[in-house]
Design a protein around this ligand. Sequence first.
Ligand code: ADP
Ligand code: MG
Length: 628
Amino acid sequence: MRKKQKSMLARILAAAALLVLLHFTPADGWIRFVLYMVPYLTVGYDILLKAAKGVKNRQMFDESFLMAVATIGAIALAVYSGSGDYTEAIAVMLFYQVGEWFQSYAVGKSRRNISELMDIRPDYANIERDGQLVQVDPDEVETGSVIVVQPGEKVPIDGVVLEGDSTLNTSALTGESLPRDVGAGDEVVSGCINMSGLLKIRTTKDFGESTVSKILDLVENASSRKSKSEDFISKFARVYTPAVCYAALALALLPPLARMLVLGQPAGWGTWIYRALTFLVISCPCALVISIPLSFFAGIGGASKAGVLVKGSNYLETLSKVRTVVFDKTGTLTQGVFEVNGIHHNRLEGEKLLEYAALAESASSHPISRSIQRAYGKPIDRTRVADIREISGNGVAARVDGIPVAVGNGKWMDSLGIGYIPCHHAGTIIHMAVDGKYAGHIVISDRIKPHSRAAVQALKAAGVGRTVMLTGDESRAAGQVAAELGIDEVYSGLLPAGKVEKVEELLQAGRGTGKLAFVGDGINDAPVLGRADIGIAMGAMGSDAAIEAADVVLMDDDPMKIAKAIKISRKCLGIVYQNIVFAIGVKLICLALGALGIANMWLAIFADVGVMILAVLNAIRALFVREL
Ligand code: ADP
Ligand code: MG
């Protein structure tokens, strides 16, 4: 419990004790009034100050104002009527503060829960200095430094392993406890926990640019992107509170005036003012104002525990309405790790073809390029390569040892005016031209991710009616993958711009029948991620392009998480609607009872605090998403 919460609790308890004590103290007139003001001010002075400040700044229609007017009014009424019954006004203030205390406790707790559960912020980095390990602030470590991570410690900064073998626990990042083996040369991302061996890592990024910092930023900033429901609530409160105040004023004035002037009866001012004050207490909108943002906050926290980063509550809202999911193929449904199956029609001697391919591809980050370099296996001397151009969805062109080399698909050969020999083998065909002449092709094949098929089925079970695959690959390879996965529609041979067009068509066709999500790996498809109603990227554990372009990031590249994200969002939105309906419903009933004079102020404050506590407890349910 924080200090502020502790002192608030102390004030509440002290005021309650005083109130009980005064109940047994015989006192009358002014002495009684002064005695009762002690617990009233003890528990409520900050609310009164807030209300006064609001009036001074002409922004007075808030909850503090409602509470101040209601309680001061009740006290004035007690003085005026000579009843000396101040207990009710004090109790209203007391219970209101109990509600406030509970709310700040719950918010604080869920915030801490989230950061604890995403316990990834590293506290220090170890650096070797004169044979000694020194702990330094990760912020102070420069890119390219060597850090040491001992077993049991968190990797503080992204980098590459220089020395040592170990197993990393990635569960804090991905929500899945799949241990990953790493050795010299492997990339490691911050936030993982080193389980077994000692690792020496050369950092490749600053702490601020590392995966951990990015994730923490995302989650912390997520709550600033407001959803429609939250917007609705703040607009609602802006109109609602003044409306309630005027309604209360009308309730206090009109019926007594009518009785006096029209019916010629005694006005009964006291009764109607009391009813108006009760009406004010009942109408306090705190349950709504607090529980809706808290529900979204908990939903985002729950999702990040499951390895799904959602960049704002608006995206959670969109995600819950997704009815069409469009996939990119390479790197999304397939692993994006190609194996070389064969080299045909090779017009060069020995390994030359693969060597030229690897050199020409040396600047590309496309999965095909990385796979070819892996197959080549030897270090690449970049000084031999010049004039590199990469044409998205086609291939690359470069000069290797001064000779022009082109690597890519049939389309690319066509556009360069080079005749090529088609291949009858299954897989992706990488044609090569060297010095303006066709030089053969490399057949490579990708593997489908182990969960892709189940992921498509899970989406269908979750009510996603339409699944579509878009790819730049040729139709034969594309058709095979789609058939194997049970995807409804395939469009192949698309350039990145073609993918945007296709998504626009699908958006048009699906208008009014729910939202469209595009799932990609962030390579070549950033524009599409932006164009869809919601862009979901494979995080590739830190791929910058993906994390920036997307609205939702799947930390472990597992397509199963798409259905999970949708389920999490639906649960969260369900809770939001439950809270809206429940809080407004109870309010309306109490308002009606209050106006009729059936409800008194005691009932009003119990209803208000009760609704708030239930709504907040309900909101916190959004944090628990394991079983979905
Ligand atoms: P996908 O839609 O499956 O993610 P891309 O749009 O990234 O595929 O690429 C489509 C096709 O373009 C690839 O199948 C390949 O034939 C060709 N291609 C793209 N980039 C390269 C590259 N760097 N080297 C060789 N071929 C490439
Ligand atoms: Mg791709």
